[in-house]
Design a protein around this ligand. Structure first.
Ligand SMILES: *[C@@H]1O[C@H](CO)[C@@H](O)[C@H](O)[C@H]1NC(C)=O
Ligand SMILES: *[C@@H]1O[C@H](CO)[C@@H](O)[C@H](O)[C@H]1NC(C)=O
Ligand SMILES: *[C@@H]1O[C@H](CO)[C@@H](O)[C@H](O)[C@H]1NC(C)=O
Length: 190
């Protein structure tokens, strides 16, 4: 073996050890997932269909919640995910007056590393002032909703789970005259 080959072999070995150490350290991450509302549909606010006020008195919200595990080497265990939907009673300007109109629980689940989960479901609402909301979307304004999420997560590290972390995030969702979330972009809950 010549001198330069020995140096190469040593470098390769050190690089290998370095990569192992990096992977080992990365596998102890405990990052919270990223949460998005990718779709939200309120049929009662679709002004393009004929809906009687009786139908509007009993309505649902369809939603698609996206949960993204950003860790490259760790699975993630979610406890039950609590969702609270609220409606903004403020007039015109976005006041902070959000009143809860629906609660929904997504059962806890396990998510593999780098995986994305879509939780699509429908929830019943209570106490939405449908007349006002319908009037708002009919004249080109927005009906303003808010989605809040609360859960705890633990990342999986080899054969055990890391400490529980509380995750509470939320975001505002504007709904227009089609009953759909405004724009086609996912809303990050922060
Ligand atoms: C909606 O209902 C009104 C009155 O009942 C009717 O005149 C109209 O044609 C309906 N429009 C649609 C799109 O069904
Ligand atoms: C639209 O309707 C809402 C609710 O009735 C009202 O608060 C708002 O001022 C109206 N906006 C316009 C531009 O007429
Ligand atoms: C979710 O809701 C349940 C039932 O109301 C409650 O016991 C639990 O503490 C909530 N979880 C979080 C993280 O707030």
């Amino acid at each position: 073996m010549s001198g330069s080959e020995e140096v190469k072999a040593v470098c390769k070995f050190l690089l290998g050890v370095f990569m192992l150490v990096i992977c080992f350290c990365l596998s102890f991450q405990n990052h919270k997932p990223k949460c998005y509302i990718t779709d939200l549909f309120v049929p009662a606010l679709n002004t393009y269909t004929n809906i009687s006020s009786a139908t509007r008195a009993n309505t649902f919200i369809f939603f698609d919640l996206k949960l993204e595990n950003v860790m490259p080497f760790n699975g993630l265990r979610y406890n039950n995910v609590n969702l609270t939907f609220s409606y903004n009673y403020g007039t015109g300007e976005r006041s902070a007056l959000f009143i809860p109109i629906a609660r929904h629980t997504v059962p806890g689940f396990y998510q593999g590393m780098r995986k994305t989960a879509h939780k699509r479901d429908v929830t019943a609402t209570r106490g939405v002032p449908w007349g006002d909301a319908f009037a708002a979307v009919s004249n080109g304004s927005m009906a303003v909703f808010r989605v809040d999420l609360a859960t705890t997560v633990r990342s999986k590290q080899y054969f055990w789970y890391a400490k529980k972390q509380r995750l509470t995030v939320g975001g505002i969702v504007d709904v227009g005259s089609t009953g759909l979330k405004k724009n086609n972009v996912a809303i990050r809950l922060r």
